[in-house]
Ligand binder design. Sequence first.
Ligand SMILES: [Zn+2]
Length: 384
Amino acid sequence: MQDDSITIRLRLTGLRVLAVKEAGKWIEVVAQYRDNEAVCPRCERSTWQVHQWHIQRKRDAKLWGKEVWVALLKRRFRCRHCRKVFTEPDPACGPRRRTTGRLRQTVARRAREATVRSVAREEGVSEGLVERSWVEAHSLISPPARPHVFLGLDGFCVRRPGRMWTGMWDLESGKAVAVVPGERQVDVQGMLERHAPRESVRAVAIDLSEAYRQAVELVLPDAAVVADKFHVLALAGRALREVRGETRRRGNLAWLLQRGAERLSQPERTRLLQALAADPRLARAWGLKEALREVYRKKRQGEAVVALEHWIKEAEESGLRPFRRTAATLRRWQKEVLNYWRHPITNALVEGKHNRVKVLKRRAYGYRNDRSFLLRILSLIHTD
Ligand SMILES: [Zn+2]
């Protein structure tokens, strides 16, 4: 038996060190799992009958500045009860991994401070491994203190158009639950399956995204889908802008139009009214935008049902194409819009997080590639 100090420094749970070979730049550790028995995955009874041995070489975290390779003697057992042949489990590395979990944790930790490239160079591993470890470490979110009840799903753009990611948040604790690259149904479905327990989740607030809606309905059939209030209101704001055909600037008419009527000063209100009086189309559009906000002021769901139906009809008959389109969208999302009165949750908090992502994007101008940038976004989202 070799040096115990090495065994202790290695601290790979369940592994026994059989031999250590040290050369100039590397250390090789021959090891095997301590248990003499393994549980058959088919019949769940334990067995000790070894069918064959094989060696797998795994990369471990550096020790004393030297690369460490673990030559793992792995056993294949034959179940004495059902005859199944199976390889013993490998908790130190994980199934089908060529690195130890500890190496991956080490590089993931270091990648928080340093660039992917420098960590890869210093640890003597590929940049791909650093990235994968990073994502692995940060998608392993610690189990929540309380089971998730209200969740929010929100897509956000990462750097270039076309690169959307989806974040999932616990709306009660305000904490990120998970983040995945992509915004397709399959991306979101996988995330929900792993992180959103069907027994506890009662409602999920989402953008008006068909992919999100279908993913939630499939994975959480008992949860209510709530169309996020701010995304719904933004539809009317956008339609108004299209009617007017102008970009918004503080103080100008476009700005006055978008602002909530109750938040305008007296002179601003006068200016707005004059402009609306001169342009009946614009007046109709502005009225619709304000009317949708009114719908959200209804106290009871029954009132909201009536008000929303009324709004959709008005918009359909407004003769304003952008509003007809909004009406059609809200028609498709009526149930989810009205679920807000059962579960008054919104993604407002999530949006705040994304604003910080935007700030980061501005700062990230100098990053050499998207990959390190993405990792930094993940870290930002996960640090609180
Ligand atoms: Zn068996």
